[in-house]
Write a protein that binds this ligand. Structure first.
Ligand code: PEP
Ligand code: MG
Length: 325
């Protein structure tokens, strides 16, 4: 199997009916970067910056952050990297960050919420990223956004930092693209406003599903109770990709879903064309999609999402569809 996947590495990522699917990888530490070439990924679709903070014993200084981002960009060469601003809090605990005991940390003071309340922290990170990407492209997205206005505030912080650097004669990135992780269901009802503001979006299906079904992603009693291939969640994912396509906003999906071949197949059927996953999943997903007729799959899958369709067991249907490949 491994040898078979390695042979696929340099083969085009095309479905049988010629639809191009971009496969990127998720990373969080410098040691992950060699996988870019090994797995044949098109870029880093999600760089989890909090990993550096989680393995440190105190807040990494601006220079340390900058150095890591420089090394990541250097290692990626001309492949794009999408950085995500700090997603701490929730299940990602920093022993040196004093915070109150929370009843529901996943829904608590975390990610961009913390960043906007402690702008010093977020601005330091933004400055490190701007410095590291000077003269090249910077792609940065913000986690756990529940209201479009939070993104506006984050963008304002970036604009301020850019002005500050320019005023002091520093070079800045040639091109800055700012995006939003869609991982809180409230954004599903603000999609038009969201698309007006962002340069790209990335669906964080791990958190989106946890909040969609109110089922803690880390609690085994409930995490597997509901199916990600259930009609409700698939409709939600379809709504997001449709809104992005309509507004010509690039959309990636970077949750664990993307790395499981059957689920990745469903995503392609819904219209997703850019998936980011752990490096080990690239081979299996590519092997799957190269045997797939995406048009035929969509024609079969989408009617099943319509209200009143008699067969609601989509997982079983997709398994049968996959078995015919
Ligand atoms: C997600 O929520 O789907 C995601 C990609 O982010 P994380 O798993 O780091 O929360
Ligand atoms: Mg998340």
């Amino acid at each position: 199997r491994q040898a078979q996947y390695r042979r696929l590495r340099n083969k085009p990522s095309l479905t049988k009916d010629g639809v191009e699917i971009t496969l990127q990888m998720n990373a969080g530490l410098l040691v992950d970067l060699p996988h870019l070439a090994e797995a044949g990924a098109a870029g880093v679709g999600l760089y989890r910056t909090e990993l550096q903070f989680m393995v440190a014993s105190s807040f990494p200084r601006m220079r340390e952050q900058q150095l890591q981002y420089e090394q990541v960009l250097e290692a990626a060469g001309d492949k794009p990297v999408t950085f995500r601003s700090l997603d701490i809090g929730g299940d990602k605990v920093l022993p040196y960050l004093r915070s109150i005991q929370e009843e529901n940390p996943a829904m608590g003071w975390r990610a961009l919420r913390l960043g906007l309340d402690r702008p010093g922290l977020l601005r330091t990170q933004i400055r490190a990223l701007l410095n590291a990407a000077s003269g090249r492209d910077l792609k940065l997205m913000f986690p756990m956004i529940a209201e479009v206005d939070e993104f506006r505030q984050a963008r304002e912080l970036v604009d301020k930092e850019v002005k500050h650097l320019r005023r002091h004669g520093h070079a800045t990135p040639e091109n800055i693209r700012l995006g939003v992780m869609v991982e809180v269901p409230s954004l599903l009802f603000q999609l038009d406003e969201l698309m007006d503001q962002v340069d790209f979006i990335s669906v964080g299906s791990n958190d989106l599903f946890q909040f969609f079904c109110a089922a803690d992603r880390g609690n085994t009693r409930v995490a597997d109770r509901f199916d990600v291939l259930g009609v409700g969640f698939l409709r939600a994912l379809k709504r997001i990709v449709d809104a992005a396509n309509k507004a010509h906003v690039p959309v990636t999906l970077c949750g664990e879903l993307a790395g499981r071949p059957l689920e990745a197949m469903a995503l392609i059927g819904l219209g997703y064309r850019d998936l980011s996953m752990s490096p080990a999943s690239l081979g299996p997903v590519k092997a799957m999609l190269r045997t797939l007729d995406a048009g035929r799959l969509s024609a079969r899958l989408l009617p099943r999402l319509e209200p009143g369709h008699p067969d609601t067991d989509i997982r079983t249907y997709l398994r049968r569809f996959a078995a015919e490949l």
